[in-house]
Design a protein. Structure first.
Length: 407
């Protein structure tokens, strides 16, 4: 795994690659003083709109440079026991959960949380929860360990809860190394617990617009979560827009030239914007976006049957093999293009025994997606229904300007 940072039209983008295959594209600009998703700010309620079951909260002072962030949208269901008394001029700490998009203001939550590498601690979390991506045995082991720890008692005293993340699954082993490493998880829980308690206490003595907690930028989060062997900084990168000095990087960091062309990133970006995506077998995907969903059609294309002609068993196996290859590519394209919402995939028709196998593969791929995704089922018409949470900008929004030209 490696991350490449390069500039396109004056803005830095990060490219996550695995064995030279492009997996993700994300904004890498992280200049001091910019807001991020996850920042906790002391806001003041401007308007309460009962019909929307929400309010608008000012999170900046008059004349602040973040004019587009002046008022955020706070739904009542994202409040912790304060919606009954919510009224104009109420001062409360809020956390940015989504940046402004078009005419939409930033989205806020009064359920505060701080994410670490192995867990998330928050005042909107109840008790001890474990990532659903971990199997039942590992999940049960981690829950028992954390629930019986003194750290869990401290969380309860503060009114907080904890979610143990997927990458903490390595601590559930019964050997000495696993027992020793569990202290890393418990230590992080204790640290985040103290930090959040201090933030809430600090909010009682601060003024509107105070940034109580600055979340790590997206670049720092990608490095922390993916642990790349290399972080390559292209000579085109605008260095004053990000800072790697305060980011813990386990792998090597070095400067390179012409990485976009040499590493095939430009070519893969073009493929990520194309309607048709070719597979190694000769089959291809056709990806279409609508207002309400994304449709993916799997076509056999140039894929050929290796075996006897008119052999139904061979044809059925060939259809499954193409669909299996297509399933992996569909999830790669979902991650690369950052497709969210409902995705309907029209696979090649198969026998029922192969449909069950493909369902298991789709469930496994959904579990591995770093963004919350799920395979629902095959519809009555045989379409695979997949859902994926919206996080960040889609690929075309990142690399295509407002005039429709690629940067």
């Amino acid at each position: 795994m490696r991350i490449v940072i390069a500039a396109e039209n004056g803005k830095n983008l990060g490219f996550l690659l695995d064995n030279s295959r492009l997996l993700e594209v994300f904004p890498a600009d992280d200049a001091p003083g910019t807001f991020h998703v996850g920042d906790i700010i002391l806001g003041r309620v401007r308007d309460v709109v009962p019909s929307l079951k929400a309010c608008f909260v000012n999170i900046t002072m008059s004349g602040d440079k973040h004019a587009d962030m002046a008022a955020g949208f706070l739904p009542f269901y994202d409040c912790v026991g304060v919606n009954a008394v919510m009224k104009p001029e109420t001062v409360l700490p809020v956390q940015i959960t989504a940046m402004p998009s078009g005419s939409k203001p930033c989205r806020l939550s009064a359920k505060l949380n701080i994410a670490g590498k192995y867990c998330v601690v928050g005042n909107g979390i109840s008790g001890v929860s474990i990532s659903r991506k971990l199997d039942n045995i590992v999940s049960s082991s981690l829950k028992d360990i954390v629930s019986s720890s003194k750290e869990a008692g401290s969380l309860k005293a503060h009114g907080f809860g904890v979610i143990v993340r997927t990458n903490a699954g390595r601590f559930a082993t019964a050997d000495a190394e696993g027992s020793e490493n569990i202290e890393i998880l418990l230590g992080e829980i204790s640290e985040l617990d103290s930090q959040l308690a201090e933030i809430i206490a600090d909010s009682r003595t601060r003024v509107q617009g105070t940034v109580l907690y600055s979340s790590p930028g997206l670049l720092a989060q990608k490095i922390m979560n993916n642990e790349p062997e290399e972080v390559l900084i292209d000579e085109s990168a605008v260095n004053n827009c990000f800072d790697l000095h305060n980011i813990s990087i386990q792998g090597e960091t070095r400067k390179v030239a012409g990485s976009m062309a040499v590493m095939g990133i430009k070519r893969q970006l073009d493929e990520g914007l194309a309607r048709r995506v070719w597979l190694k077998s000769g089959a291809y995907l056709v990806i279409d976006h609508t207002e309400s969903l994304t449709a993916v059609d799997v076509n056999s294309g140039k894929a050929v049957i290796k075996g006897r002609r008119n052999d139904d068993a061979v044809a059925a196996k060939m259809a499954y093999d193409v669909n299996k290859e297509a399933a992996y590519e569909v999830f790669r394209q979902m991650r690369l293009r950052n497709i969210s919402g409902m995705i309907l995939v029209d696979f090649i028709n198969m026998d029922s025994e192969y449909t069950d196998k493909l369902s298991a593969i789709l469930n496994s791929l959904a579990d591995k997606d770093p963004v919350h995704a799920g395979f629902v089922d095959f519809t009555g018409l045989g379409l695979a229904e997949i859902t994926r949470k919206k996080e960040g900008q889609r690929l075309e929004e990142l690399i295509v300007d407002t005039a429709g030209a690629k940067l």
